[in-house]
Design a protein around this ligand. Structure first.
Ligand code: NCD
Length: 400
């Protein structure tokens, strides 16, 4: 198959692409953040919560492992990864799936000149889904269209779902899903009640339960952080959301034009700053935000121009300090997709014990979000809801 037959689809407007990535009303491939509209996000987060609640008990884990024991997933990661790789692996195992990985293109037939497409098509012979991370921005997307072509009636070949676990500087849809799950859990009714009981003036407002009606701040490598791009896009589905972007003073690190236009078109109020230590009107910027999303500078993408800039630039305005955290609202979560860069410490470890530091919980939410997503793709969400209902009914009976 010629790659050129795929080009027109890669160049389609996003809205048209999303239907190519679905099948019978559910996600078949997960490639773009745009596939997650409000309804789908809420639905996938509900499934993730069910997984989490069931998994709390050993008996629940036994039930989860009965969901997809007949399926095997390949984790094809040709870019460094710890959390995404391990959480996908743990999520697939939680549902009973077999898991294998291919991480090093140098150790595979790609070293003998095999194309990415041949490799992925071969993998589909042995596995039922391919989760892939690649430095190439649109490789996962192209592979998804190749799988669609293989499935069509004329070819009737083996074809499996493709899940994008991070593509170039562009997209990281499953990270944004777990980020939203973390935001939802942080702004849940139970947390509201807990904070309210402690000190009502420190709780967030009732209108802020869930994701909408908030001011989000993103700090660090705004231009090249695929997690920021994907999360900002998801958040723009919610009502009355404003966003501040804080990045060092270099165009490649600052909000890109395409992202700014997308957000403005969706009615998001956008503000841009060069440091966390600035005032927004009369107040410190950090005292005005409801949620802060930190990222590291993605130095693996540095070109010479950026290397020179970063050698001399003072980027400390984009790092958190204890004093800066003190300015934040008492309930405002601090998120970070991790890894943090231990050479610069954009979040110093002293902040880890602050109740607002959510990044370790955020990583754990990746397990639930990814297990929920796999259950959805393979049509097991209804079964999962039944297991959840039964399980809680049973537990309730035991407790009587
Ligand atoms: C992120 C990534 O790979 O884009 N990490 C992750 O998946 N949790 C962010 C990063 O590497 O900085």
């Amino acid at each position: 198959m010629q790659d050129t037959s795929i080009d027109p689809r890669v160049n389609l407007p996003v809205r048209q692409k999303t239907s190519l990535l679905e099948s019978e009303g559910r996600l078949r491939h997960v490639i773009l953040a745009s596939q997650f509209d409000r309804e789908r996000i809420d639905d996938l987060c509900k499934v993730a919560e069910q997984v989490r609640e069931i998994a709390e008990a050993p008996k629940g884990r036994e039930e989860l492992a009965k969901l997809l024991p007949h399926l095997n997933v390949l984790l094809y990661f040709t870019q460094p990864s710890t959390r995404t790789f391990l959480s996908f692996s743990a999520a697939a195992r939680l549902l009973g799936m077999g898991v294998e990985h291919a991480r090093d293109a140098e150790m595979s037939s790609e070293a003998k000149g095999e194309s990415d497409f041949d490799s992925v098509r071969m993998f589909a012979s042995y596995f039922d889904a391919i989760v892939m991370r690649s430095p190439k921005a649109d490789l996962a997307e192209r592979c998804a269209y190749m799988m669609n072509d293989l499935a069509d009636a004329k070819q009737n070949q083996r074809s499996v779902p493709i899940i994008n676990a991070g593509s170039g500087k562009d997209q990281h849809p499953t990270q944004s899903l777990l980020d939203i799950l973390t935001i939802k859990r942080t702004f849940s009714r139970s947390r509201y009640e807990e904070l309210h009981a402690q000190d009502p003036k420190h709780a967030f407002g009732v209108s802020q339960l869930d994701v909408g009606n908030k001011r989000y701040a993103f700090c660090g490598d705004v231009g090249r952080g695929r997690t920021i791009r994907s999360l900002a896009e998801l958040l723009s589905n919610y009502e009355n959301v404003s966003m501040c972007f804080i990045a060092p003073d270099h165009p490649k690190l600052q909000l890109s034009d395409d992202m700014r236009n997308l957000l403005l078109k969706r009615g998001v109020e956008v503000e841009e700053y060069g440091s966390l230590d600035v005032k927004a009107g009369k107040k410190w910027l950090l005292s005005t935000v409801d949620c802060l999303y930190m990222t590291r500078v993605q130095s693996e993408h540095d070109d010479n121009d950026l290397k020179t800039f970063l050698k001399t630039a003072d980027t400390s305005g984009c790092h958190l300090t204890v004093a800066r955290v003190h300015r934040m609202k008492p309930y405002a979560p601090i998120l970070h997709p991790f890894p943090r860069d231990s050479r610069v410490m954009e979040i110093p470890t002293e902040i880890d014990n602050d109740p607002r530091a959510m990044y370790f919980r955020q990583a754990r939410n990746g397990l639930w979000a990814r297990a929920g997503l796999l259950a959805h793709i393979f049509g097991k969400d209804k079964k999962l809801a039944d297991v959840h209902a039964d399980f809680f009914r049973e537990r309730h009976d035991y407790n009587r």
